[in-house]
Design a protein around this ligand. Structure first.
Ligand code: PLP
Length: 467
C-alpha cells in the first residue's frame, strides 16, 4: 500500500527531509493504532535540518518544533505536509506556502468561522481600552458577557464562571460538586472532558489516563446511553455523586444517544441526589442545530459547560454555567476557585460579541439547516462504500461522524483530504470515526468543493486499502 504525501511539502526547506516518503506517510497514518497522532509518532524521529530559516526566508517551523516544542509534534507536522498555518478567515486557513485549506475540523471551535469580523472588532476595541483587569474592581464586560450567555442557557442557569479552556470548565464543575460534598463522580465510557488532572480523571480513555495514574479517586464509568447502568452506579452512591455527560459524544465518535436519554439522566440525578453536569463544550453554541444539546429534550441540568465556539474563533474562553443553588459555594466566596486570567475582559469581549453575532446572524438556525443538507450530502457521497470501507454516517447539526470499518482508513482519508486542501478531524476516543465540524456559514461553492473532494479522497483511500 502506498500513498502520495501531501503536496505542500515545499513549505519546508528540503521536501525530502521534511515530508516522509510516501510509504512512511501511508504507514504512519494507515497503521494508526489508537489515533492519528500516535500513528504519526510511530513514523520515527525526523532528521534534524540544518537551521531554523529555510532558503525561502521563512522560519523552518518543523525544525523549531523539533528543537523547542517536541519531536512528536514535529513528526506529525511533517506527516501532514510540513507547512505551517499563518492566516485564517471564515472557513479558510492559509499556509505559509500560499495554499489555502477549507477547515471542516477545528475540533469544533469554529462554528462562526475563523476570525468572525464582529468578534475581531470587539476584541480590538477591548485591547485598545482594557484587555486585562486589576481584579480589584468589577469588570463590566464580564458582567455583560455572563448575562448574554445566561440568556440562552436553559431557564434557571443564571450564574456564569468564565475560564480559559474547556478542561478548566470541567475542573470548575468537579470542584463545585466537591464544595457540595459530592465526592464521587460518574462519567460515561468514551466520554471526553479535557486533559488537566481532574478533567482527565473523567475522560474515559486509558491511553491518556494511564501515564498519569493515580487520578481522582472514586470515579466510575458507566455505559453511555444506558440509564439502567447509570441507575446502578447512582444507587450505590446516593447523595454522594456528580454525573458528567455529553449530549452527543464528540471525541467518543459522534455517538448520538436515543431521544429521552438526557431526560432520564436528569430524573435519575434528582432521584439519587446527584449533581447533573452537562458538558456542552463541543455540542453547545449551536453546534447541534440548537443552542445546547439539552434543548432537544428541554432538560435543565444543574451545571452546563461551554467552550470552543464561545471564542468566536478569536480568543480562547470557556464557561461553567450553573443554577443559583448549584453555584452557591462559588457565589458566596469569590476566592474559592479563581485564576489570574479567568474572565479577562478580552476573553469576555470575545464571548459577548460571539453571542450577539450568533443572535444577529441566526447562527443556530443556520447550523440546523446546513447540518441537514450536509448530512444528506455526505451520506450520498459515502453510499457506494457503505457495507465496505464505511460503516455508518451519522450526525446532528454540524457535528457529523463517518465511521469506518477499519481505523486505518481514518488516517488515510485525513491525509488524502489534506493533500486536496480540506481539513477534518479524527476522534480522540474513537479511532474509527472521522469528524466534520464545519462553520455554520459556508458558501455553496465551498460546500460543493468539500463534497467533491471527499468523494475523490474516499475513492483514493478505498483503492489503496483494497490494493
Ligand atoms: C466535550 C468536551 N469537553 C471538554 C473538552 C476540553 O476542552 P479543551 O480542549 O478546551 O480543554 C473538549 C475538547 O475537545 C470536549 O470536546
Amino acid at each position: 500500500m502506498t500513498m502520495s504525501p501531501p503536496s505542500a511539502g515545499s513549505a519546508v526547506p528540503s521536501s525530502e527531509s521534511a515530508v516522509p516518503s510516501s510509504g512512511t506517510a501511508a504507514s504512519s497514518a494507515g497503521n494508526a493504532t489508537s489515533s492519528v497522532g500516535n500513528a504519526a509518532l510511530s513514523s520515527g524521529t525526523p532528521a534534524p535540518s540544518s537551521g531554523t530559516v529555510a532558503p525561502s526566508g521563512r522560519p523552518d517551523v518543523v525544525d523549531l518544533y523539533l528543537k523547542h516544542i517536541g519531536s512528536g509534534r514535529a513528526v506529525m507536522g511533517r506527516v501532514m505536509g510540513g507547512m505551517a498555518e499563518v492566516r485564517s478567515e471564515g472557513p479558510w486557513i492559509h499556509a505559509d506556502d500560499g495554499r489555502r485549506f477549507l477547515d471542516f475540523g477545528g475540533y469544533g471551535v469554529f462554528i462562526m468561522g475563523h476570525r468572525h469580523p464582529a468578534v475581531v472588532e470587539a476584541v480590538h476595541r477591548q485591547i485598545d481600552t482594557h484587555p486585562l483587569a486589576s481584579r480589584v474592581f468589577l469588570e463590566p464586560v464580564a458582567a455583560l458577557a455572563a448575562r448574554a450567555l445566561a440568556a440562552h442557557t436553559p431557564p434557571g442557569l443564571d450564574y456564569v464562571h468564565f475560564v480559559n479552556s474547556g478542561a478548566e470548565a470541567s475542573e470548575a464543575a468537579l470542584k463545585l460538586a466537591r464544595a457540595h460534598g459530592l465526592t464521587s463522580v460518574i462519567t460515561t465510557r468514551s466520554g471526553f472532558h479535557g486533559k488537566t488532572l481532574g478533567a482527565l480523571s473523567v475522560t474515559a480513555n486509558a491511553t491518556y489516563q494511564t501515564p498519569f495514574q493515580p487520578l481522582l479517586p472514586d470515579v466510575t464509568q458507566v455505559a453511555y446511553d444506558d440509564p439502567a447502568d447509570l441507575e446502578q452506579a447512582l444507587a450505590a452512591r446516593r447523595d454522594r455523586a456528580c454525573v458528567i455527560v455529553e449530549p452527543v459524544q464528540g471525541e467518543g465518535g459522534v455517538r448520538i444517544p436515543r431521544h429521552g436519554y438526557l431526560s432520564q439522566v436528569r430524573a435519575l440525578c434528582r432521584a439519587y441526589g446527584a449533581l447533573m453536569v452537562v458538558d456542552e463544550i463541543q455540542t453547545g453554541m449551536g453546534r447541534l442545530g440548537t443552542w445546547w444539546g439539552v434543548d432537544a429534550e428541554g432538560v435543565r441540568p444543574d451545571v452546563l459547560l461551554a467552550g470552543k465556539g464561545l471564542s468566536g474563533g478569536v480568543v480562547p474562553v470557556a464557561a461553567m454555567v450553573a443554577t443559583a443553588e448549584a453555584y452557591a459555594p462559588f457565589s458566596r466566596d469569590p476566592y474559592l476557585h479563581t485564576s489570574t486570567f479567568g474572565a479577562s475582559p478580552i476573553a469576555c469581549a470575545a464571548a459577548l460579541a460571539t453571542v450577539r453575532a450568533m443572535e444577529e446572524e441566526e447562527t443556530v438556525a443556520r447550523a440546523a439547516a446546513l447540518g441537514l443538507r450536509l448530512l444528506t450530502a455526505v451520506r450520498a457521497v459515502c453510499a457506494p462504500y457503505e457495507g465496505g470501507l464505511v460503516r455508518e454516517v451519522r450526525g446532528r447539526g454540524l457535528l457529523i461522524g463517518i465511521e469506518f470499518a477499519e481505523e486505518q482508513a481514518v488516517g488515510e482519508l485525513l491525509l488524502e483530504l489534506i493533500s486536496r486542501g480540506v481539513l477534518v478531524n479524527h476522534s480522540l476516543n474513537s479511532t474509527r470515526v472521522l469528524r466534520l465540524t464545519p462553520p455554520a456559514v459556508v458558501e455553496d461553492t465551498a460546500l460543493d468543493l468539500f463534497l467533491t473532494t471527499l468523494g475523490e479522497a474516499l475513492r483514493s483511500t478505498a483503492d489503496r486499502m483494497a490494493g
